[in-house]
Write a protein that binds this ligand. Structure first.
Ligand SMILES: Nc1ncnc2c1ncn2[C@@H]1O[C@H](COP(=O)(O)OP(=O)(O)OP(=O)(O)O)[C@@H](O)[C@H]1O
Ligand SMILES: [Mg+2]
Length: 254
């Protein structure tokens, strides 16, 4: 690795109000390539609104959003998703009646569906075989290869989170926004989830925007941290600096 990584996501003075309330106020944030960038802050700080702006769910009042150097400020969500910026929600939403493998295959297909090839049987059988191989590689990345034939509804909470991340990988994502990936998960497994995320980052070169409340557990896995309060970024820096910062202590840890 050499020098400073390129930014994958970059916002410039992003602002969004709801009536008189400025939910996101002039936020300029960067997610660099091959990093886990963490966004923390108390309830109502504007974290979810910020991610909604970046993924096209909400339109900013002003400011710019760049993904891999492209101005995506006015793009609709599906276009941003296809470009490789994928978001997982707080509540995992795989198809519960399908198996783990089928869930990953469905996500692979949604990225590769081709109506011209579909009627030609020999082409899609080969593609199906390749997809199964790809799916198993992805399942190995998230520690689910041994439960590939389980129905998703039989999985535990931590495994469901990993399936959601596997589905994001299957879409070919380059940047994955994780909204509280360890929320509601037994602390004993929370470190495992973030360990897998870190491993995916390192071996696949992906980037993550991680929104998290439990900073005691998540901080050691972060490469860079932003802290928001009432719409504004009040701190950015290295994980080792966060808990020492007086403003952060005052609004978040105090
Ligand atoms: N659609 C909306 N209409 C009006 N106000 C909204 C809307 N969405 C969010 N807000 C307000 O904007 C502010 C920021 O909310 P947001 O959900 O982004 O915070 P958050 O940091 O994600 O909080 P939490 O940690 O509770 O998830 C809050 O005051 C919230 O009430
Ligand atoms: Mg939120």
């Amino acid at each position: 690795m050499s020098g400073i990584n390129e930014s994958v996501l970059e916002t410039e003075s992003l602002t969004k109000s709801f009536g008189g309330l400025i939910a996101v106020n002039n936020v300029s944030l960067k997610v660099r390539e091959k990093t886990i960038t963490m966004l923390i802050g108390p309830n109502g700080a504007g974290k979810s609104t910020f991610v909604n702006l970046c993924t096209g769910v909400l339109k900013p009042d002003s400011g710019k959003i760049y993904f891999l150097g492209k101005d995506i400020t006015d793009w609709p969500p599906h276009k941003i998703y296809r470009e490789g910026f994928v978001r997982t929600f707080q509540i995992p939403s795989p198809f519960l009646k399908l198996t783990v493998l089928e869930n990953v295959l469905a996500a692979l297909k949604s990225s590769a569906e081709n109506p011209i090839k579909a009627p030609i049987r020999s082409l899609w059988i080969k593609e199906e075989e390749e997809n199964i191989k790809k799916a198993f590689k992805i399942l190995a990345k998230v520690g689910l290869e041994d439960v590939w034939d389980y129905e998703a509804l039989k999985l535990g909470g931590a495994q469901l989170k990993m399936l959601e991340i596997a589905r994001a990988l299957a879409t070919g994502a380059k940047l994955i926004a994780l909204d509280e990936p360890i929320g509601g998960v037994d602390p004993a497994y929370a470190g495992d989830i973030l360990g897998y995320v870190r491993n995916i980052k390192e071996t696949m070169g992906l980037s993550f925007l991680l929104i998290e409340h439990r900073i005691d557990i998540a901080l050691p896995f972060a490469d860079y941290v932003y802290v928001m309060d009432r719409g504004s970024v009040i701190f950015e820096g290295l994980p080792s600096e966060v808990e020492k910062n007086p403003r952060v202590i005052e609004v978040y840890l105090g």
